[in-house]
Design a protein around this ligand. Structure first.
Ligand code: ARG
Length: 265
């Protein structure tokens, strides 16, 4: 397996302190000790894979969602395109992510102030093309701006179900194909996905609700919230091995395995 590197941020100050998506309710607190255990299990599952390194950044008090490093920005080679968070509750994270990337030798690009962009949560590369989720957290104009920076085309996909507000909650590149939840996309986006990925794995609503699409794929390993045996069977038929990790406390915030990691190159 070729080497892979991810960025994670420990959940010291993680919690449900505000409500910015339908999963979050201040009345349904995360169990802190259990969240720490689940995060450690995910960290261990990743670091136990050969050739895989996980970099850590310091958690920050008062920024409970900084654990979701997928939203820091987009990383391509030594370029870091910093996110512009839609919700003020998360905007404070930006300077800490930028600091980390600057300290680690990345070039930092910022999008114009009036755009909203939530990084690798909404922009994924699959089968040799970029796919950009938009509407709830990222503007289509932000994808146009990122496309100019990268000099590469981004295929925009309109998200329509507020429970699947980031692309990585309903779409996961795997090999040259993808796992996705059709109910999260508008008709045009679905047509694009079906044309591009004729052999994709389409998950059922109850699997999507367990964050089946929010998986970390490394080589032949698929690390994801403990989900349906049906999906694991579909994956194993294609030569992948499911590695389930229970992530219930993060689902209370609308995130799971993929959201808790950011692939570095
Ligand atoms: N509570 C966070 C939010 O609403 C969860 C972020 C999940 N991240 C992701 N990449 N889907 O912003």
């Amino acid at each position: 397996m070729k080497s892979a590197r991810f960025l994670m941020c420990p959940p010291d100050y993680y919690g449900i302190e505000y409500e910015i998506n339908p999963w979050m309710s201040r009345k349904r607190a995360a169990d802190h000790d259990l969240a720490v255990k689940q995060w450690n299990d995910l960290h261990r599952a990743l670091t136990s894979l050969p050739g895989l390194t996980v970099e850590l950044m310091e958690p920050v008090k008062g920024l409970p969602d900084i654990v979701f490093t997928a939203n820091a920005g987009l990383v391509v080679g030594d370029l870091f395109i910093s996110s512009r968070f839609r919700h003020p509750e998360r905007q404070g994270e930006t300077r800490y992510y930028e600091e980390w990337f600057a300290d680690h030798g990345y070039r930092i690009e910022r999008l114009p102030d009036d755009l909203q962009f939530e990084g690798a949560g909404d922009l994924l590369r699959a089968g040799g093309a970029w796919f950009g989720g938009y509407y709830f957290r990222t503007d289509p104009q932000a994808h146009a701006s990122v496309s100019d920076i990268l000099g590469e085309e981004i295929l925009p996909l309109r998200l329509v179900d507020e429970r699947f507000y980031h692309l990585d909650t309903c779409f996961c590149p795997i090999g040259d194909s993808a796992i996705y939840y059709p109910g999260a996309f508008d008709e045009y986006a679905l047509r694009v996905l079906r044309e591009r990925f004729a052999d994709a794995i389409e998950v059922a609503p109850e699997e999507a609700e367990q964050f089946a699409c929010n998986a970390v794929v490394v080589g032949n390993w698929v690390i994801l919230n403990s989900v349906s045996p049906k999906l694991c069977k579909a994956l194993s038929d294609r030569g992948y091995t499911c590695h389930p990790v229970e992530l219930s406390e993060f689902i209370k915030s609308g995130g799971s395995a993929k959201c808790l990691t950011l692939a570095l190159s």
